[in-house]
Design a protein around this ligand. Structure first.
Ligand code: ATP
Length: 352
């Protein structure tokens, strides 16, 4: 029996609903297969926990998390806590503390799902987001608060080591795909230093991957290419902020934010990697039982792949796609199904 220790951090809003659904599907898959088992420990770290205790992650929390094979994360964000506090309190300390520098976000239109694009079927992308530095390096400050001379700085930090490793990772991903194509996204016309360094290091790393076809886009231009010529893109590598924005667009073009998955990988496996849906805590639908769990199911499949369970991941995606194809959709996809109904249908397919 192959056993994996999973830390579940559902956190806020619909995070708790979709992680519960995701675990139900994973446990059904494990029970049906019999070859692997998940030992899941729940961590109550959330915005409510923060309001009670004054912190998201208690002392020694990261040390405890280190002992797990993977982290299954819901969403963080609450109306009672400013977003920059919740993000820097929970998700970023884990992603940065565990050097999960490669954020991988696949996007495609699942069967039965309608893209807002007439040519949405052509979407088959993997967005690679640099996840450890750049615009999220946490460098900056405020001075003269409240005075007319107040100043706020937000410095993006790019290091050669950080840029080189994400490019190398992106080339490796491109090598695994049939089209072997990689698009570099920066803004190196307006930003002359870090962004130009990104371009230069990309060209250096490209020399080691002669089979990969490469091209370059500015971040503004790539948004139009995503909409107008989706078939021309395959793997995309971009900075922390740029890729964050592009992947929300990619998820929306794939039919809904409720579909897109994310893997925050520490490729060297020195630390556990973290898996989460792209979407946030979605206060507008929290507690209504209608959150689309598909993003979390797809995320669970990415987690299985990372754990070495590629065949189980494939079976899970087969079940997810059979259910999306059947037309059983939550309201974000134009249907009337509940989270529980979609989850049941995926479990039934796995058991059938
Ligand atoms: P964050 O800043 O935490 O990333 P966000 O601003 O991107 O959050 P979300 O919480 O992701 O916002 O929600 C954006 C919109 O998408 C909301 O209208 C929400 O209801 C919808 N949405 C997000 N996730 C889902 C889901 N799983 N199922 C259905 N609708 C969703």
């Amino acid at each position: 029996m192959r056993r994996y220790k999973i830390a579940a951090i559902p956190a806020d809003g619909i995070g708790t609903e979709v992680i519960e659904a995701g675990l139900e599907v994973l446990n059904t898959l494990a029970a049906r297969d019999g070859g692997f088992a998940l030992e899941v420990e729940h961590f109550p770290w959330s915005s409510d926990y923060y309001l009670q205790h004054g912190h998201y992650i208690p002392k020694g929390g990261l040390e405890r998390l280190k002992q797990f094979d993977a982290i299954f994360f819901g969403a963080v964000g609450s109306q009672e806590v400013p977003d920059h506090i919740s993000l820097w309190g929970l998700r970023l300390p884990i992603a940065q503390g565990f050097d999960q520098y490669a954020n991988v976000r696949p996007a495609r239109v699942l069967p039965g799902v309608k893209s807002p694009l007439h040519n949405g079927k052509d979407i088959d992308w993997v967005i690679i987001r640099e996840n450890s530095e750049g615009e999220y390096a946490g460098h900056g400050g405020r001075a003269h608060k409240g005075l007319p001379i107040e100043v706020g700085t937000e410095t993006a930090v790019f290091t050669r080591a950080g840029v080189e490793r994400i490019h190398r990772f992106a080339f490796e991903q491109a090598m695994k795909r049939p089209r072997k194509q990689l698009t570099l996204v920066t803004k190196s016309n307006a930003q002359r230093f870090g962004m130009v360094m990104w371009d230069e290091i990309f060209a250096e790393v490209a020399k080691d991957y002669p089979e990969v076809k490469t091209n370059r886009e500015l971040v503004d231009a790539v948004t139009t290419r995503m909409v107008l010529k989706p078939q021309t893109l395959d793997v995309i590598v971009a900075t922390n902020l740029h890729a964050d924005i592009l992947s929300d667009l990619a998820a929306a073009l794939s039919g809904s934010l409720g579909i897109g998955p994310t893997a925050n990988l520490n490729p060297e496996r020195d630390f556990p990697s973290m898996f989460e849906p792209i979407h946030g805590s979605a206060f507008d639908i929290t507690g209504k039982g209608i959150a689309n769990p598909t993003a979390t199911f797809w995320t669970a499949a990415l987690m299985l792949e990372h754990l070495g369970e590629a065949e189980e991941a494939r079976r899970l995606m087969e079940a997810v796609e059979a259910v999306t194809a059947s037309g059983l959709h939550t309201p974000d996809l134009g249907g009337t199904a509940t989270t529980a109904q979609v989850t049941r249908a995926v479990c039934d397919y796995l058991q059938g």
